[in-house]
Design a protein around this ligand. Sequence first.
Ligand SMILES: [Zn+2]
Length: 179
Amino acid sequence: MRAEPKMWGQHPTWTEGIRMRCPYCNHTDLRVVDSRDTETGEAIRRRRACNACGKRFTSYERVEAVPFYILKKDGRREDFDRHKLFGGLMTACKKRDISPTQVMALVEIIEAELRGRGQSELPSREVGELVMARLRELDDVAYVRFASVYRSFRDLSEVKAEIDQLLSGSRHGRKRRPA
Ligand SMILES: [Zn+2]
């Protein structure tokens, strides 16, 4: 077991005005004692020390300069746009019991997972499938909404088929979100 927690820094856009906190005492008065790239070069590993309690921990921050592209079906390449993903997920989660913070966390998880695949570009289909898989774990209704837009279901029977599949899945013991 690790003696100390690993902290993942977040994208500055999400954390504007929010500073990294000491995992031990929650203080924001931190200093960097050592900084180096991780093996994959996709994150910076920093040893930090808390000026309040004196404890040390390791943080990992993504290098935003690393470009990451989505390959569209028509062959175009697009920058991965977390704001667009956030917007799409917020629409899917409308009137569900899901907070923007949860959606933000979902975007973070998805992006980290995509970047973790270590490729500079990924087909949009692969991205969509991952988003749907993660969303499905969070909320069935939001998942069906997102899937219906993403997969451009031609008619309601396709939506119904997806819902039926979901329902039969849950009957066979799939883990459900507590009500
Ligand atoms: Zn501290």
